[in-house]
Structures are given as C-alpha cells and as structure tokens.
Design a protein. Sequence first.
Lengths: 261, 339
Amino acid sequence: MSTALRRIVLGALVVYLLFPVVASLVYSFSTNWTALLPEGYTLEHWLKLGGSERFWVALSRTAILSFSVVALSVFFLVPTLFVVKLYYPRVAGVLEFLTLWPFVFPGVILAVGLIQLYSSPPVVLAQTPFLLIAAVTVISLPYAYRAVDNAFAAADVKTLAEAARSLGADDAKTLLWVILPTVLPGVLSGGVLAFSAAFGEFALTQLLIGTAWETLPVYQVQISGTEGKVSAAITVISFLAAWGLGALALSLRRDGKVSVI
Amino acid sequence: MERAKSVGITLKGLCKHYQGKTAVDNASLEVAPGELVSLLGPSGCGKTTTLRMIAGFELPDQGQVLFGDQDVTRVPAEGRQVGMVFQNYALFPNLSVAGNIGFGLRVARWGADKARARVAEMVGLVGLKGFEDRAVQNLSGGQRQRVALARALAPQPRLLLLDEPLSALDAKIRAGLRTELRRLQLDLGITTVMVTHDQEEAMSMSDRVVVMNHGKIEQIGSPRDLYTRPQTAFVATFIGSMNLFAPERVGGNWRISGQELALPVVPPGKIGVRPERIELNGGGQFPGTVELVTYLGAEQQVLVRVGPDLWTVFVPNQTLVTRGDPVRLHVPDDAWILV
C-alpha cells in the first residue's frame, strides 16, 4: 500500500468521525445556514443556553447521574473482580455472561419492567432519580466491566495478592495498597466509558422519569424542534465532556503498560 | 549482618486433593533451622502445592504444618511471617524498587527511620545500590528477582520460600544468581524451602533434596545420597541419567542386555549404572554398536546398542567414536547401583 493510500485510509476515518462534531460546532455559532457555508456567525445561541436556568439544572442532573453511575460501577466492579479472581475464578465466566445481558434486552423492556415492579409497594421507586441511577448503572456496567477486567487480567492479580499477603497484608490492605493502584488505569478507563454511556443516556431516562427529572439529553430533545442551534451547542458540550474526562483519565495513568480499553 | 531468627519446619502427613485428584499424598518432612531444602519433581508432582501449604495459600485436607513448635496449619498466610519469592517476580508495579522492598515494613508499621535503614541494608545486600527510585518495569529479570528477594527478606521472616525463583531467567544469569542466593542463604542462616523442576539447581543449592512424584515423596536425601544411592527407579532416572535393567537369573549368573555375567551382589529388583561409570574398553562384558554420538563440549554422550537395550555412555571428548563403530562396554564391579 502506498504512503498516499495509507494516509487516505486514515484520513477518511478521521473525516467521517469528526465531520458531524465540527458541523455541530459551526452550526451552533451560525446565524443562518442554507448554503455551503453559514451566512454569518454569532454567540447568540451559546449565550441563550448559558442564560437558561433549565439548561443548568439539566446539566447538573446529568452530572449527578453520570458521577453516581461511575461511583456505583467502580464500587461494584473492583471488589467483585478482586474476590472472583482470587477466590472464585470459575465464577468469572458467569459474570462475563451477565454483563452481556443489558446489550441483549432493549432499553424499553428494561424500563417497562422496572416501572411495573417499582410502582407499587413494597418498594416504590418509580419516577425517582434513584431508580434512574440504578438502571443506568446496570446498562453502563458492561462498558466499565471490559476495561476493569482487562486491567485485572493484565496484572496477574492473584500472584500480586499472594505476594502482599506473604508480606503480612490482610485483604483490605492488599486491595487498597496493591490491587487498586495496579488496576487503576483500567478503572479510570472503565469509569470514562461508564461516564460517557450515562452522560448521553436518553431512551431509558425518557421512559423512566422523562421531564419530571429532566437530564441534558432529555432537555436537548425537548428543545431540538424549536431551538436547533442551541441543541447543537449541547451536542458540542456533550462531546467536550466526554473528551475532557477521557484526556484527564489518560493523564492520570502512570503506567503505560495497561491498555486503556 | 544479623542472623535471622529462623525456625525449623515440620510437615506431618500433609494431604491435598483437588476435585477428586490427589495433589499431595501424605507428605511428611522435617527441615532443620537454617537448612535449605529443595522440593524437586516433574510438573504436577505436588511440589508447588506443598510449598503453598507451607506459605498458607492452601489449606491441607489432612495433616499439619509446624513452624518450630507452633502449629500454623490454620494460620492465614499474612500471619505466618514467611518471605516468599515467586517465579514471575510478582513485584508491585505501582511502587519503586525501595517501595517494593519496604512494603512488608509498611504493613508491619516499622518507624520511618528504621524502615529506611532496613531498606538501604536490603538494597545493599542484593547489590542494587543506586536503583532505589527506579520503576520496577525498567529492571532486567535478574534485577527484578533481586528486588523480590530483598522484599521477602526485609521484614525478617521466620523462613524463606522460593517458588521456581530462577526459572524465568536466562541460563547465564540463572547460574550467577543461583550461587549468590545460596551464599546469602548461608550467611543469613535462614531456613529455606525451594521448589524447582531443575535437578541441577536442586543438587547445586540444597543441603537436602526432596524428590516428589505423583504427589508422593519418593526420597529425601543429600544431593550425593540421591545420586549415588537412589532408592526408587524414579529417583534413579530423574536425578542424572541412569542405565536401568531388570536382570534375569540364569543358573548362578545374571543376564543383562542379553549377556550372562556374574554380579558382585544379588540384586533385589532392578540394577543400574551411571553413564559416566561405563568404560569403552576392549575387555568389556557388553559388546555393542554405536548408534549416536552427541558432542557436549566437556564430554560426549554415546548411545550404544547392546542386544535389546540402548545404553547411554559418557565418554571423554578426546575419545574418537563414530556411528556404527563396534565397541565393548565395561562396568566396574563397584559401579552397579541397586534400586
């Protein structure tokens, strides 16, 4: 393959992936866009968005949702994988199979089931953010699982834990001082993936709680019919959030040997 | 250099099964304080499981593990004060060389000054001065295993366990580290149990060697004992090489490889002879034909067909033999080993 062809292959992918983002960015700054290039540029839509209280509320809800999902994912995954790898290695297969389920069941099925189950006593959680956070965690978990599991596999956690134990460390010290720092790059990557999945979550949110606890994607869809350019600005913000967090996670990785994903 | 407060180890009738398969079958052993004992055998012989029961990573189904007079069978690994070195180093990737060596001291809450002094002492002991702040990823295999050794010794363990410590290293480095490890062990006087599948390693480093096969201890003895007086056919062939025969009684004589001869002793079962004790000699009892000559540098390994058997003979490298040569093999009377 010639050098030119190689560059074309790579370039085509970059254009394909970046074009919608760049178009959204330009659109959010444009006055009127009917020809190839916009007629003029303005900060109007961004100012409008910044001045909207509804936007800030939606953004903070999405932040609460996303960070809660990340915290729950890490909280469930790291100790679970630690225990599984060390004491119940044969459970790993079951765990892996379980993490595929959210991909198999469409969000609608999950939402309808959850609403029915939690609408009546003993546990009434329907139409609350708690149910939303719990549900979005379930569907975000598979993304985080991959990354964290890879980090565990790459590090030979079992032998590291045995080394720590032979030096007198109990399970808590082993987990906190050895295992967690070792798999941290994977945990960060997994966290970013879970964050992105939760940040952009729309279908489940719309069905479970809708405008009663409006998140950024729901808000965006609500205004997209009338305020297309403001909506484009939200798209740009979503991308920046995901990229920014990804870059932060990358810069926090100290050991380059564990793969990001 | 301070002498470690080493203890002896006693294993009493250890048994371990995995899903119906016997990994270790009634293993008993006494290791004296300060002694280096190797567990030697092919893979799956139970040597690693035995070591892991001493370390506290596996709970025996039956039997006891004693450190000195203390029964530690049910004491978890973190409470046993045992230093362990692993085949794949198992260094903590998030910590520097000094951080790894000081880990056990941090766990045991040594004071900062005392810990720092101890780490410095250990770094010097394994010859890694100047490497304290290096990331462990940037070390060679030999250096990593030195760090692992220093880390294991730093908290002054009661004994040292080595799980195939040299297997991941190059031949040259392995030979160097082997000598160093043994010298260090003798200097510190620390009771040590080493698992290895390499008989040369076991023979060259150990006070005594425990040969294991199929979960059972076949024989315990000094390297010289095992080589010159193997008690089972397995030990005879696993340690060094051995020409082993089942002699048949023919009148007052014995038939070996189709030749009838008088033996100086009455063999209770099998009889063998080490390849280096056989002489190529015109007056030998066993006529044969050279099938293969392998030049090994210091000597040559010659395979000789004698009747139904193929004999292995080590011949000095200045003796010229080639494939197809007719030879006669002579076994001195005192070279026969009864198994």
